[in-house]
Write a protein that binds this ligand. Structure first.
Ligand code: GDP
Length: 445
């Protein structure tokens, strides 16, 4: 995740504050200043960051907190909820229903990824049983219709557009009418962009919106836009009733903080993020999950979603059963490592609570893979009893030496693996009770 560096810095700032003996004004300020610096350097706009700092200080009024209060926890919670709030303005977003045709209009600057995202959005809903259709009302960019046509054909989604008609409003209206007649339940209108914001673009958008009366206008923004994000998003919001935001190219090297600014400017939530050029490189966005991942708290629901894609259903059910029976055993960890070998590690470890920072240092994917392989080799030399026990006391010094010998590794590596396991077991234990039922999709329960 591109925002990993921001997450690391915020986590470090919190950890540093947690290490001081007494939390006072000075240590709180130091922590908040570090978070502020990290957010600013990640391209979140200054007023937004300032606002967040003030809010946290209001929530955490150190003088009012009696000595017995757990200040650290209150501060951490305040930081978490403020970050969530920055990403989730608390406004509900229109969601298409299969019972009534909906029109969704996409707006954004040229190159933001609008056309690509339209198809991703259509494809996502098609997989959920919708009957989507795409209308290309982008008459400004030569080749826009061809691109949409190509994407739509690949995904077997009906499309409408014209090589000769230059009036986007006419095309949009014709397309929407036609697909309504054909009983499509999700009609997506791709509009023109421009290289920069200009009056003609906004006028055209307004006209298309007026003529097609969209149920939802989605503003598509490139994550690498940086500090300009706030102004750009606001300019769009002032012209059309933006109701949701999609941030693209989250797979690149952008700092990504612009996403937070776009939300503030449009007062609309981010609903999806684009993570690549391909049709399925598109993730549902949820503020709490995102912030949890950002702060290295892990995201079991995301993990389960990914597991669903690669692990056979029976195995998923077994895993859930085992987890809900209580112990996170070494065998479960082993099975997890095995199932996950198909997933990109970077993505995977951002979802595992507590494990991300240590197992997946930035730019060391290969090293981390090797580490996991090593852990598995070590586990291969364990007995069934050891693998199935969730009590690490079972490993005496002589057993560890035996395992090290059997796996051709050294004792310190066995100890390191067990330490990692204990960390995971603790975090899984913590989330198990509270989150398991929410985290797992119904078919897995
Ligand atoms: P439009 O002008 O706004 O319609 O933008 P396009 O859909 O043509 O996208 C511009 C470029 O960005 C294309 O090369 C896309 O393949 C690429 N693109 C779009 N979304 C993503 C994404 O999430 N990740 C990456 N890496 N590239 C993307």
């Amino acid at each position: 995740m591109v925002l990993a560096e921001l997450g690391r810095r915020i986590t470090c700032a919190i950890r540093k504050m947690n290490n001081v003996t007494i939390i006072d004004e000075k240590s709180l300020n130091e922590c908040l200043n570090e978070i502020t610096r990290a957010l600013l350097q990640s391209d979140v706009s200054f007023p937004l960051v300032k606002n967040m700092q003030t809010n946290i200080k209001n929530i955490v009024n150190l003088q009012d907190l009696a000595a017995g209060h757990n200040k650290r926890k209150i501060i951490e919670q305040a930081i978490f909820s403020e970050l969530c709030q920055m990403l989730d303005p608390g406004k509900s977003v229109f969601t298409p229903k299969k019972t009534k045709p909906s029109v969704v209009m996409f707006v954004g600057l040229q190159g933001a990824g609008k056309t690509t995202t339209c198809t991703k959005y259509a494809y996502h809903h098609q997989k959920k049983g919708f009957k989507p259709a795409l209308v290309c009302a982008d008459t400004f960019r030569a080749g826009a219709f061809d691109q949409l046509k190509q994407n739509a054909t690949k995904a077997k989604i009906p499309f409408y557009g014209s090589y000769t008609e230059s009036d986007p409003v006419k095309i949009a209206v014709e397309g929407v009418d036609r697909f309504k007649k054909e009983n499509c339940d999700l009609i997506i209108v791709d509009t023109s962009g421009r290289h920069k914001q200009e009056a003609s673009l906004f006028e055209e958008m307004r006209q298309v919106a007026e003529a097609t009366k969209p149920d939802l206008v989605i503003f598509v923004m490139d994550s690498s836009i940086g500090q300009a994000a706030f102004d750009q998003a606001q300019a769009f919001k002032q012209s059309v009733a933006v109701g949701a935001v999609i941030i693209t190219k989250m797979d690149g090297h952008a700092k990504g903080g612009g996403a937070l600014s776009a939300v503030a400017a449009t007062k609309s939530p981010v609903i999806f993020i684009g993570t690549g050029e391909h049709m399925d490189e598109f993730d549902v966005f949820e503020a709490k999950t995102f912030v949890s991942r950002l702060l290295g708290k892990g995201d079991l629901s995301g993990l389960v979603d990914k597991l669903q894609a690669v692990v056979p259903k029976e195995q998923q059910t077994k895993l859930v059963e085992k987890l809900s029976q209580g112990g996170f055993t070494l065998r479960i960890m082993y099975d997890q490592f095995q199932s996950m070998s198909n997933l990109p590690l970077k993505e995977l470890y951002s979802m595992l609570p507590g494990i991300s920072a240590d197992l997946m240092p930035k730019g060391h994917e290969q090293e981390s893979r090797a580490k996991i392989k090593r852990y598995m080799t070590i586990m291969d030399s364990m007995t069934n009893e050891e693998l199935d026990s969730s009590n690490p006391k079972v490993f005496s010094e002589s057993r560890m030496m035996r395992i090290a010998r059997g796996s051709g590794r050294v004792v310190s590596e066995v100890m390191e693996m067990l330490k990692e396991y204990k960390k995971l077991a603790t975090t899984f234990g913590k989330v198990k009770g509270q989150n398991m039922s929410k985290a797992l999709p119904p078919q897995m329960l």
